[in-house]
Design a protein around this ligand. Structure first.
Ligand SMILES: C[S@@+](CC[C@H](N)C(=O)[O-])C[C@H]1O[C@@H](n2cnc3c(N)ncnc32)[C@H](O)[C@@H]1O
Length: 217
């Protein structure tokens, strides 16, 4: 059973909620399926996702509001993510979240499946790498933080590349309305072994920062 501590909300939502409701978006089902069983992620699924985001890329940074990401510094601070950490952001898109990660962490790697999305991310923020989160081109135990912002969860890959003591930062910019959304408890459940940490909300976003629980805790 995950030990999750829900922290008070420091950045409350404005009265008018965003109009997007992604709860029945087709990508929502994929999100649940791959978190539960990575075998759902096939070459055909990867090709379809790549095509989808290559097409969305030119307009992506206009579709999302910059305010959706303002909770990221809060998540980094209250999640106690060290500034000296090497942060791997998977599904970094056009860099809307990378801006905040690069302001917090000393080193960030921005990784995405879609060359179209990556091409539009600012080149100065972080090295950009085209790769599939289902098969990360990184050694075991090689990063301190894996950041997933509106991105699918591939539990065993995240677990493999995170060094002991490392953390997962999970952030959904429109909370339950985000097409790619999982609640904090489901993220913790999906990761191999026992994970716990803190969760909260910021503006419309939901987020959590999780670490492996010590054995026998
Ligand atoms: C909803 S967008 C979010 C982009 C960015 N994080 C943001 O919030 O603006 C999801 C991103 O994840 C990428 N993506 C989807 N599946 C992926 C995978 N298996 N490996 C790496 N990136 C993936 C997509 O190409 C897209 O850029």
């Amino acid at each position: 059973m995950a030990s999750l501590r829900y922290l008070p909300v420091l950045i409350p939502p404005p009265e008018v909620p965003p109009d997007l409701d992604g709860t029945d978006h087709p990508v929502r089902a994929v999100t649940r399926e791959v978190a539960a069983d990575e075998a759902f992620w096939t070459p055909a699924a990867a090709a379809e996702m790549t095509e989808r985001f290559d097409e969305l890329a030119p307009d992506w940074s206009n579709r999302l509001r910059p305010e959706e990401f303002v909770g990221l510094p809060d998540a980094c601070e209250r999640g106690k993510l060290e500034r000296s950490a090497l942060c791997l952001e998977v599904g970094s898109g056009t860099g809307l979240g990378t801006v905040h990660l690069a302001a917090h962490f000393r080193r960030v790697i921005a990784m995405d499946l879609s060359a179209g999305m990556l091409a539009l991310a600012p080149p100065t923020l972080a090295p950009r790498v085209r790769a599939d989160g289902a098969g990360l081109p990184l050694a075991d135990d090689s990063v301190d933080v894996v950041a997933l912002i509106n991105m699918l969860l591939f539990p065993s890959e995240v677990d493999r590349v995170l060094r002991p003591g490392g953390a997962v930062l999970w952030f959904n910019t429109l909370g339950v309305r985000t097409p790619i959304h999982l609640p904090a408890a489901q993220v913790a459940e999906a990761l191999p072994g026992e994970w716990g940490g803190v969760a909260s909300e910021a503006l419309w976003a939901t987020w959590c920062v999780l670490r492996r629980e010590p054995l026998g805790a």
